[in-house]
Design a protein around this ligand. Structure first.
Ligand SMILES: [Zn+2]
Length: 263
């Protein structure tokens, strides 16, 4: 294949391909962003953009995670996109920064981004580690059984150990909050109330898994953040019965909402 290709040509060609690679990376990010906005992957039976990147676009877990996190960063700070396109901020760095923002909500995002621009992965890690400088740390040792469970959660939430634990805690706190809200609502919106017995029946018949099935027959595999969805909406007289309820993951519930409200 390369017999008649000169050294110079070889070097030129690879540069040309590299520049095309950058162009396509940029285009893919833009499209993934819009796919995330519309949650189009839901229709194919995926519970998240991460799952879609992994299974449909055949990225590795690390590649998918980097892209999903980069997109979240671009969404939070749109000016990041041009920095990525111009190579000032590498994709892997964008993901690093986004993970840092997940843990450190109150930092000046633009300032942090400016600081890590043009730095290497390791330099970026050092800067971010210094910034987070958590004082209250506690190390725990996990046995094999807990580790297995944690790996399962990490896979589901597309994140690392600490983030997975935090995600679980967040889910628990959210659930507590919504239970409180629910108790307040119950008096005025009786129709929306779902009895424990009905909830259990719906959960069991769904095998604790999101019930969305794509038109190609792919069922969503999500088992976390599940919500009870009225098939016929309460607003249209739908009842809180086992027949009218189904279990959906957060994103499939959201996607249904987006579709209902975009005409
Ligand atoms: Zn789902």
């Amino acid at each position: 294949m390369f017999q008649n290709v000169s050294d110079q040509n070889l070097l030129n060609k690879v540069k040309e391909y590299r520049s095309k690679e950058k162009y396509y990376t940029s285009k893919i990010l833009e499209h993934l962003q819009e796919i995330e906005n519309r949650k189009v992957y839901c229709d194919l039976g995926y519970s998240s953009l991460f799952r879609y990147c992994l299974e449909e676009l055949t990225y590795s877990e690390a590649e998918a995670s980097v892209r999903v996190n980069a997109i979240r960063l671009i969404k939070a700070v749109p000016s990041v996109k041009s920095k990525i396109d111009q190579g000032e901020l590498k994709l892997s760095q964008a993901a690093q920064v986004q993970r840092f923002f997940n843990e450190n909500k109150s930092v000046n995002k633009k300032k942090v981004i400016a600081e890590v621009c043009g730095k290497t992965f390791r330099e970026t890690k050092k800067i971010l580690d210094e910034k987070s400088g958590r004082v209250r740390t506690k190390s725990i040792t996990l046995n094999e059984r807990l580790l297995k469970k944690l790996e399962f959660v990490m896979d589901d939430f597309d994140c690392e150990e600490l983030e997975a634990i935090e995600a679980l805690l967040d889910a628990h706190i959210e659930r507590k909050k919504s239970e409180k809200l629910h108790r307040v609502e119950r008096g005025s919106k009786k129709q929306r109330y779902i009895s424990r017995k009905v909830k259990e029946a719906v959960y069991v018949s769904a095998h604790g898994r999101c019930e969305f099935v794509s038109s190609q027959g792919k069922r969503c595999s999500c088992r976390t953040n599940l919500q009870y969805d009225h098939i016929k909406p309460v607003a249209y007289g739908g009842k809180s019965t086992t027949e009218n309820l189904r279990l959906l993951c957060f994103n499939h519930n959201q996607r249904a909402w987006i579709k209902n409200h975009s005409g």
